[in-house]
Design a protein around this ligand. Structure first.
Ligand code: BGC
Length: 681
């Protein structure tokens, strides 16, 4: 049914229109019964549905309905799998339809500037291209079910410290290339129904009243057509916000700001047309949902299996000297650490899901008929106090000594990372490092399985035989871990961020999190691997790194043309062969290196990727396209993307530090640069 939105708006009173621009309560928008406008609900996500029926809050403190907790974004990004993210989105869309939720709040695409940000677990990557691809697929999946998404937190909200007031001070080029780029591509490709503006200021202006951000960039440049909502409580000046392009204030303002809008229209300071436009945008999305309701139930068990599949495709095998896969039969294997029994699989705060089921590795191993090896368990340390308990340590060491292999389930406790605050260091609790050290004394076959939303320092990395990074991998985490550890599945995730050796190596180290008033992004575009790789620094594990139980050979890279210009595309093809004995998936990454010397740029940047499944011995040709944007940087002389004339290297790699094939292409720009004449020309 095509609704005549303009006519509905024209029938509304001024008060009704102002009312539409703020929530009815914590989670609902207002409706106008006499005009058939329903009151719709929005709910948190995005790695599950946090629908609250009773007491509402935005900290995840009060209970929400039982739902399926899928892996969080820090994990799913490591799948580098657009299809998988789409599938995740479709499942969320089904849950929202079943629960009558019109918009699920997310995905969150803020860049991981520092490993310390408390919400890194909710964010995809340090790389804007990867983040944009994951987000666009997520959005398309959810919205294919006629449920809206709200890409967040727009923009430059890269820390929790003073997030309500701090100003992110960022130069134009850095903002465009790093902090806006993930939003830009996701908005253009995914077309989210809504965008959530962040709490912070950007260069002195609150995101919620930033006309440049919410209107000039988001709508005029990127073509966004949905409504912008505020993060919960992010409104500073309501009327200024409306003029800037903030359509909906959340949650309810108790009528207070509605009255401000009414007064501003009445005294002529606010053009009523601005209000009408905001209401039209909100109504269009309300009816998009309401007119396509498909009430029904969803299959929780099926979604639990999907959560397991996503977890399996997302975990990253960081190290393996040959100990993995573990023997399925005939051996004694000690699972050590509380996370084997009670895994950490999601983060704290507004995204906290009330999981309908939780499977830890210990339970999963017991349930799988393929695994008959004898599995023992020891807790290892005092989990309540997060400190060494001599008796528990002795018990764990004994269990490790008596086994053929020790698998230590380690990582960050809940309190170490959450929405609302940042970490102050990158270390695991000392009791866990001590546990690993003590076990290494008695057991030469040791695996560490990590549970964390953001990188940790791994002083023991060189001494253990294998490391499996699970991130925060959702409610089915244990089942996926066990399948990967015992070779029932082949690891295929790769890191969506660099794991530095230590916090001090991170490029934002000297300027994070600022002084509470401002935070200066002085490292510029050199974020993550853009910095580490340009400086050729040693890292613990590089961006894009991840091992498999098989090996892949890259060959025969072909470029569809030797030269291209602004409106051309370039197709890169290459062959990938599975040269091992088990089936597996490889993530092929395409980086571009600017050799023109026209600007100070990172040594390489990710511009495309693909994931390919190969049976043993099988070879496939993969293709990826590049266009002007893949070569361009944001040139502040023209306030636009610009690729200079000259040579660029196309690098195909298994990680940012494992480039397998290289070819050069010549770019010829069609964009003239202005020539500024001054006294020193
Ligand atoms: C968070 C958002 C969340 C909202 C509603 C805010 O505090 O920043 O991500 O969607 O609360 O719970």
């Amino acid at each position: 049914m095509e609704r005549d939105i303009r006519t509905i708006v024209s029938q509304m009173t001024l008060e009704e229109k102002a009312g539409m621009c703020s929530g009815r309560d914590f989670w609902h928008l207002k409706g106008v019964e006499r005009l058939g406008v329903p009151e719709v609900m929005v709910s948190d996500g995005p790695h599950g549905l946090r629908k609250q029926n009773e007491k509402a809050d935005h900290l995840g403190a009060n209970e929400s309905i039982k739902a399926v907790c899928f892996p969080t974004a820090c994990a799913t990004a490591c799948s580098f799998d657009r299809e998988l993210l789409r599938e995740l989105g479709e499942a969320l869309g089904d849950e929202c339809q079943a629960e009558d939720v019109s918009v699920i709040l997310g995905p969150a695409v803020n860049i991981k500037r520092s490993p310390l940000c408390g919400r890194n677990f909710e964010y995809f990557s340090e790389d804007p291209y990867l983040a944009s691809q994951m987000a666009a697929a997520h959005i398309q999946g959810v919205q294919s079910k006629n449920v809206g998404t709200s890409i967040k937190h727009f923009a430059a909200n890269n820390q929790e410290y003073r997030r309500l007031s701090c100003s992110s001070e960022i130069d134009e080029r850095t903002l465009r290339e790093i902090y806006l780029a993930a939003f830009e591509t996701a908005v253009r490709d995914g077309k989210p129904d809504t965008v959530m503006c962040s709490y912070n200021k950007i260069n002195g202006t609150f995101a919620s009243e930033n006309h440049w951000l919410l209107t000039e960039v988001l709508r005029d440049e990127w073509g966004f057509e949905g409504y912008v909502m505020s993060d919960w409580g992010a409104v500073n000046d309501r009327v200024r916000g409306l003029e800037a392009g903030l359509d909906l204030e959340m949650p309810a303002s108790g009528g207070h700001t509605d009255a401000e809008i009414v007064a501003a229209v009445k005294d002529g300071t606010l053009d009523e047309a601005v209000l009408n436009r905001a209401v039209e945008r909100i109504l269009r999305i309300i009816f998009k949902f309401a007119d396509h309701r498909r009430p029904g139930d969803f299959d929780k068990e099926k979604h639990d299996r999907l959560a397991e599949k996503i977890a399996e495709e997302s975990m990253v095998l960081l190290k393996n000297d040959g100990l993995l896969p573990l023997p399925k039969a005939g051996k004694k294997i000690a699972f050590i650490g509380k996370f084997a029994q009670k895994p950490r699989f999601q983060g704290g705060g507004s995204s906290h899901i009330n999981s309908c089921k939780i499977t830890g590795a210990l339970a999963a191993a017991g349930q799988l008929p393929e695994i008959t090896s004898d599995i023992t368990y020891a807790q290892g340390y005092d989990t309540a106090e997060e400190r060494t308990d001599p008796a528990l340590l002795a018990e764990a060491v004994k269990a490790a000594e008596e086994a053929d292999v020790a698998v230590i389930f380690a990582g960050l406790p809940d309190a170490f990372e959450s929405e609302g605050y940042d970490r102050s260091h990158m270390q695991m609790p000392e009791c866990q490092n001590e546990l690993i050290r003590e076990i290494l004394r008695v057991q030469k076959n040791t695996v560490v399985v990590l549970h964390n939303g953001s990188p940790v320092e791994m002083p023991w990395a060189g001494d253990v035989n294998a490391i499996l990074e699970s991130y925060l991998c959702g409610q089915a985490v244990g089942a996926a871990q066990v399948r990967l550890l015992f070779g029932l599945a082949n690891p295929c995730g790769k890191l969506a961020e660099t794991i530095p050796l230590k916090l001090q190596d991170n490029p934002s180290y000297l300027n994070f999190p600022g002084d509470g008033q401002t935070v200066e992004y002085k490292e510029g575009v050199f974020v993550g691997y853009r910095y580490y790789d340009t400086k050729e620094m040693d890292v613990r594990f590089p961006f894009g790194h991840g091992l498999s139980s098989t090996t892949f050979q890259y060959s025969d890279m072909q470029l569809s043309r030797g030269q291209l210009s602004d409106s051309d595309t370039l197709t890169v093809s290459l062959k990938v062969k599975n040269t091992g004995t088990v089936a597996g998936k490889e993530i092929v990454q395409l980086y571009v290196a600017d050799r023109t010397g026209a600007a100070n740029r990172p040594v390489k940047e990710l511009k495309n990727f693909t994931k390919v499944f190969l049976e043993p011995g099988q070879e496939k040709t993969v293709e990826m396209t590049l266009d002007k944007r893949s070569f361009a940087w944001y040139n502040t002389r023209i306030h636009d993307w610009y690729a200079a004339t000259g040579d660029y290297e196309i690098l195909a790699g298994a990680s940012s530090r494992d480039i397998r094939l290289t070819k050069t292409v010549h770019f010829v720009t069609e964009t003239p640069l202005p020539f500024h004449i001054h006294s020193k020309t």
